[in-house]
Design a binder for this molecule. Structure first.
Ligand SMILES: Cc1cc2nc3c(=O)[nH]c(=O)nc-3n(C[C@H](O)[C@H](O)[C@H](O)COP(=O)(O)O)c2cc1C
Ligand code: SF4
Ligand code: SF4
Length: 253
C-alpha cells in the first residue's frame, strides 16, 4: 500500500509508477483526510510506502496530520519506506517523518529522496522546458533504482546529518506558522472552470460568482491551484505574475 500527497504531480507520478511496478494499491492522503479515513488493513507481505514533496525541509501539513492519525492493522512487521520528492534538498524531513511514524508504531526501514522539478513558484521562477526534461529524465532513472531496492526490502539511501536536522528545526516552523492565503487572487483571465476549487487538498477555495475565493486563513501551500490553473490566472501577490508554471507531464486536467 502506498500513501501519497502531491500538489503538482511529481509525487503522485512517483507513487503510481511504484504502485504499478510492485502491484500495490496507491492512496491519496488528501482524499483520505477529507473522507476521515485513517485506518487501513495491510496484508501479510504487503509493504507500506509514503511518497510526498518536501516543504521547507519537512513534510506538508496534510502529510503530518495523516501520519499522526494513521492506524494500520493486519501486518505485525511491515516493510515501511518513505520517499521524499524535492527540488534539491530534503534537509531533515526523513528524521521528522520517522518520529511521527514511530509514534504510530511504524518503524521505517528505508528513506529515499528524488530530486524533481522544483515547483516553489512563490519563492522564485521555475526551470525552463529544457531543464525540466533533463531533471525528469534523471528522476525517472532514480525511481527505477528505488523500485529495485523496494522489491528486495532494501535499506535507506538518505540519512540526514545533524546539520540537516538543524535546518529543519529552524526553517520548517516558518512554514507551519505561515502558509497564509491572503496573497492569493485570480486575475481577469479566470475562465470560471472550477478546477482550483476541485483540486485544493485543503478545501481552502470556494467559487463565488464564478471566481475563486480563499476562505481559509491558512492552507497547505501545495501550489496546485497556482500551477494548474489553465488560464494562469492565479497569483500570489505580484511576484508570480511573470513566473513560469509547472505540472508534471503525467497530469492531464
Ligand atoms: C511550499 C514549498 C516548499 C518547498 N520546499 C522545498 C525544500 O525545502 N527543499 C526542496 O528541495 N524542495 C522544496 N520544494 C519543492 C518541492 O518539494 C518539489 O518540487 C516536489 O517534487 C513537488 O512535488 P509535487 O509535484 O508532488 O507537489 C518546495 C515546494 C513548495 C511548494
Ligand atoms: S482554475 Fe483558474 S480559470 Fe479555473 S476557476 Fe480557478 S482561477 Fe478560474
Ligand atoms: S489554496 Fe492552492 S496552494 Fe493552498 S492548499 Fe489549496 S491548492 Fe494548495
Amino acid at each position: 500500500m502506498i500513501f501519497y500527497f502531491s500538489g503538482t504531480g511529481n509525487s503522485r507520478y512517483t507513487a503510481e509508477k511504484i504502485g504499478g511496478a510492485i502491484n500495490e494499491k496507491v492512496i491519496d492522503m488528501a482524499r483520505s483526510r477529507i473522507d476521515e479515513q485513517f485506518t487501513f488493513e495491510v496484508k501479510d507481505q504487503e509493504k507500506i510506502g509514503f511518497v510526498f514533496p518536501v516543504y521547507y525541509y519537512g513534510p506538508p501539513t496534510i502529510v503530518e496530520e495523516f501520519m499522526s492519525k494513521l492506524k494500520i492493522y493486519g501486518n505485525e512487521h511491515p516493510y515501511v519506506y518513505v520517499i521524499m520528492t524535492c527540488g534539491s534538498n530534503s534537509g531533515g524531513a526523513d528524521k521528522y517523518a520517522d518520529k511521527i511514524l514511530l509514534d504510530q508504531g511504524l518503524e521505517t526501514e528505508a528513506f529515499f529522496t528524488i530530486p524533481m522539478v522544483d515547483n516553489f513558484i512563490m519563492g522564485y521562477d521555475l526551470s525552463d522546458e529544457e531543464d525540466r526534461k533533463s531533471i525528469n529524465k534523471r528522476a525517472e532513472e532514480r525511481i527505477d533504482k528505488i523500485i529495485k531496492s523496494i522489491i528486495v526490502r532494501g535499506a535507506s539511501d538518505r540519512k540526514s546529518s545533524h546539520f540537516d536536522q538543524l535546518l529543519t528545526g529552524t526553517v520548517y516552523p516558518i512554514y507551519l506558522r505561515g502558509r497564509k492565503t491572503k496573497k492569493f487572487f485570480a486575475d481577469d483571465r479566470c475562465i470560471s472552470c472550477n478546477l482550483c476549487e476541485e483540486i485544493c487538498p485543503a478545501q481552502a477555495i470556494k467559487m463565488v460568482d464564478g471566481r475563486p475565493v480563499w476562505v481559509l486563513d491558512q492552507c497547505v501551500h501545495c501550489v496546485a491551484c497556482i500551477n494548474r490553473c489553465p488560464a494562469e490566472s492565479i497569483q500570489y501577490g505580484d511576484a508570480t505574475k511573470k513566473r513560469r508554471r509547472y505540472v508534471h507531464p503525467s497530469i492531464v486536467e
